[in-house]
Design a protein around this ligand. Structure first.
Ligand SMILES: O=C(CO)[C@H](O)[C@H](O)COP(=O)(O)O
Length: 250
């Protein structure tokens, strides 16, 4: 089901909305509609989540909203701390009301590619402990099939010593190309918050049964988690170029 929440910006924004403004629009709308006083919230990772935390912080100050936040990454933890929001974890709070997170791509069935920022493992754990996963994104993330928009590949977090045989196994089972994600401003590969490597899987079959593929990938020894979030999202909010918010629900 897809719906639109009217035009929020008048003449001032009559030109096309930038990606940053679209992210902000989606993030604010999702926080306003899905966060209630007393909630335990999972805080996702990435550039769109920055706007969600800013909106949360505004509501805490303006409306005396009481919330506690569980981060999905080092970046998310820093955001929570920067905005003086109460920090908690899954040892203390095991079931969360809502998790708000970004995505690299959202298909027409609300299946997601995540992990472009390398934080997929903790994101998936926190989302799995939340009653609902709300996705916030700009219009460029909205697609029909996984791979239509996001061309960098499906991120797969792996134990470092196993990255080469895992690449071979995936290539043999499903085809495509696997790249070991390399760091920028550091020699060698990206090392995740959990001390693992990331393989980005490109040129896969876009018509795959993603649930099955995900299960098969997870059965390979050394695969820690995949960036395929299948049947996990409750709703996605997209900030659109025309200043509206598109809501996608199952
Ligand atoms: O999965 C993620 C990080 O690992 C992010 O949610 C995803 O990459 C989207 O990020 P952004 O909001 O910057 O577009």
């Amino acid at each position: 089901m897809i719906s639109r929440i009217g035009l929020y910006f008048s003449s001032k924004y009559s030109t096309m909305l930038s990606l940053e403004n679209a992210k902000k629009l989606a993030a604010s709308k999702a926080v306003d509609l899905h966060v209630n006083c007393g909630d335990l919230i999972g805080i996702g990772s990435g550039s769109t989540v920055v706007y969600a935390v800013e909106r949360l912080s505004e509501r805490v100050k303006a409306d005396n909203l009481r919330v506690k936040c569980v981060p999905t990454s080092f970046q998310a933890r820093q955001l929570i701390v920067k905005h003086n929001l109460p920090l908690t974890d899954l040892e203390i709070d095991r079931e969360l009301d809502v998790c708000i997170d970004g995505a690299d791509e959202v298909d027409c069935n609300l299946n997601l590619i995540k992990g472009g920022g390398g934080c997929l493992l903790q994101e998936k754990i926190v989302a799995s402990c939340s009653k609902k996963l709300i996705i916030i994104a700009d219009y460029s993330k909205n697609s029909k099939k996984l791979g239509d928009q996001y061309k960098k590949g499906i991120p797969i977090e792996v134990v470092p010593m196993a990255y080469a045989p895992i690449s071979n196994k995936i290539q043999k089972a499903f085809g495509g190309v696997l790249d070991l994600r390399m760091a920028v401003k550091k020699a060698g590969p990206v090392v995740t918050d959990n001390g693992n490597f990331i393989l980005d899987w490109r040129e896969y079959n876009q018509d795959s049964d993603w649930d099955k593929v995900n299960t098969t990938l997870l059965s390979i020894p050394g695969v820690v988690e995949t960036g395929l979030f299948i049947n996990m999202a409750s709703k996605a909010y997209f900030g659109m170029e025309d200043g509206s918010v598109k809501i996608q629900a199952p």
